[in-house]
Design a protein around this ligand. Structure first.
Ligand code: PEP
Ligand code: CO
Length: 472
């Protein structure tokens, strides 16, 4: 683990509790997996001191509102749509791409809400999703004078993706750039959500356009047409009964929350503040943060950090998780069983979910933890295609989702949400969907900074198929 100088001066407004066993830096006494090897620790410490004096990005009151919504979903009264980039880029950051992402997420949320009759909670992987855990700390590349080994790319918050030793050198200035970009994203998101993004009729018209295009495609499924026709009735009804509208509709004043993996702990520490309004420590870098599959060690720094903040916490749950380990994590991260505090994001792989998930669901149900179960059908289904590009099959993603619904239906628990990597653009990163993307098409528009994302059409198709599962 990288040694890191504790920040001493920045927590001036901490609670006057001399017995407190947790503070935003207490993770430093625990082993921290997946941290960059920062070449200049003193520059990192200076940057973190600087970050710690900058304004919070979100407030504890907002996070508490999200927690309430997630708590209702955990009790079966809601559905989480958590979606966005695998890794946001510092280089290609534009208002349009944020707009397109929000647009596709709103379209999906509308489809899911109509399908399920439940409020859909919209949480972006956005405004801070810029750090990546990696399977290998280094990567062999071709240098100008022959083969080289360079540090792996760890997300734009840490280093650059170009395969050169210079680009891959972790640079603390990137933490500041990530902070300011997150602030700019949030500013744009807040204008969308506060002043209205689109009317429900517009969102419905976009969805109808999508279905129109699908039904012209000979191989495509006509089932979406009947769902969109049903939606039409509701949209008309709401048009003439404005009082029946709820805050889930996108006209004005809707909620859109931010989230990212809390991976780079010095950054998260610097943005963790004592919130007098809630009387808790708040990680103000995002409304919700999650712990990844590679950093969820019970005695590790990430769990120690997350245990002390008041935000809603997600934990990725892979096929290697045991029921004992999961129960210990539930107790550690949510000792009082607070609804909405803990979201378990399963990412098993299509081939494993049907055996791996049931014992975990049973154990948590029997222990009485009020968790929200969410399916990430992306991260267990990644492989390298013939073209050499990392990809995922739409069919596998759909199959894992179906497995998730089957398991929860047979265990009597609520399939409470989906966690997706997607974009609002017409990229070619995942195989399949309709129109079908083939391995030979991948290179056409392969733009992700890390993992392959669903494109706009694939995302909408998946929303229609998920809405069908929710209807059943
Ligand atoms: C991710 O969500 O981008 C990720 C790396 O997931 P996981 O920790 O589940 O592999
Ligand atoms: Co990813």
């Amino acid at each position: 683990m990288t040694s890191f100088t504790p920040v001493s001066s920045v927590f001036g407004t901490s609670p006057a509790d001399p017995d407190a066993t947790w503070d935003p830096g207490s993770w430093q006494s625990f082993p921290a997996a997946q941290q960059p090897d920062w070449p200049e620790p003193e520059r990192l410490a200076q940057t973190v001191d600087q970050l710690a004096l900058l304004p919070p990005l979100v407030s504890g009151v907002e996070s508490a509102r999200l927690r309430e919504a997630l708590g209702a979903a955990a009790a079966g009264q809601g559905f989480l749509l958590q979606a966005g980039d695998c890794a946001e880029s510092l280089r290609s950051f534009h208002a349009e791409s944020v707009h397109h992402k929000v647009k596709v997420i709103l379209q999906m949320a509308t489809i899911l809400a109509f399908g399920s009759g439940l409020p859909v909670i919209k949480v972006g992987r956005i405004a801070g999703q810029m750090a990546k855990p990696r399977s290998n700390p280094v990567e062999p590349v071709d240098g100008p004078d022959g083969p080289l080994v360079v540090p792996s790319y760890r997300g734009d918050m840490v280093n650059g993706s170009a395969p050169t030793p210079e680009a891959r050198r972790p640079d603390p200035d990137r933490l500041l750039r990530a902070y300011y970009q997150s602030a700019a994203s949030l500013n744009l998101l807040r204008t969308f959500t506060e002043h209205g993004f689109a009317t429900l009729d517009e969102v419905h018209a976009w969805n109808r356009q999508y279905v129109g295009r699908t039904s012209e495609r000979p191989s495509s499924d006509q089932r979406y047409v009947s769902l969109i026709d049903d939606m039409e009735h509701v949209v008309r009804y709401l048009g003439s009964h404005p009082g029946a509208r709820t805050s889930e509709l996108p006209d004005r004043g809707f909620d859109f929350f931010t989230s990212h993996e809390a991976l780079i702990l010095p950054y998260e520490q610097a943005l963790t503040r004592w919130d007098p309004a809630t009387g808790h420590w708040q990680d103000t870098s995002a409304h919700m943060v999650w712990i990844g599959e590679r950093t969820r060690q019970l005695d590790g720094a990430h769990v120690e950090f997350a245990a002390g903040i008041d935000n809603p916490i997600g934990v990725k749950v892979g096929p290697g998780m045991t029921p004992e380990e999961l129960l210990a994590l539930c107790t550690r991260l949510d000792p009082t069983g607070l609804p909405g505090r803990l979201t378990l994001i399963t990412r098993m792989g299509a081939g494993r979910i049907r055996e791996a998930l049931p014992p975990l669901v049973r154990a948590v149900r029997e222990a009485g933890h009020p968790v929200l179960w969410v399916c990430d059908p992306m991260h267990g289904n990644t492989f390298t295609g013939e073209s050499g590009l990392k990809t995922r099959r739409f069919a596998d993603i759909l199959d894992e989702l179906r497995g998730f619904f089957e398991v929860h239906r047979s265990e009597g628990t609520h399939p409470g949400g989906v966690h997706l990597e997607l974009t609002g653009e017409d990229v070619t990163e995942c195989l399949g969907g309709s129109p079908e993307i083939l391995d030979a098409h991948l290179a056409t528009r392969y733009e992700t900074a890390c993992d392959p994302r669903l494109n706009r059409t694939q995302a909408l198709e998946l929303a229609f198929l998920t809405a069908e599962m929710l209807q059943r």
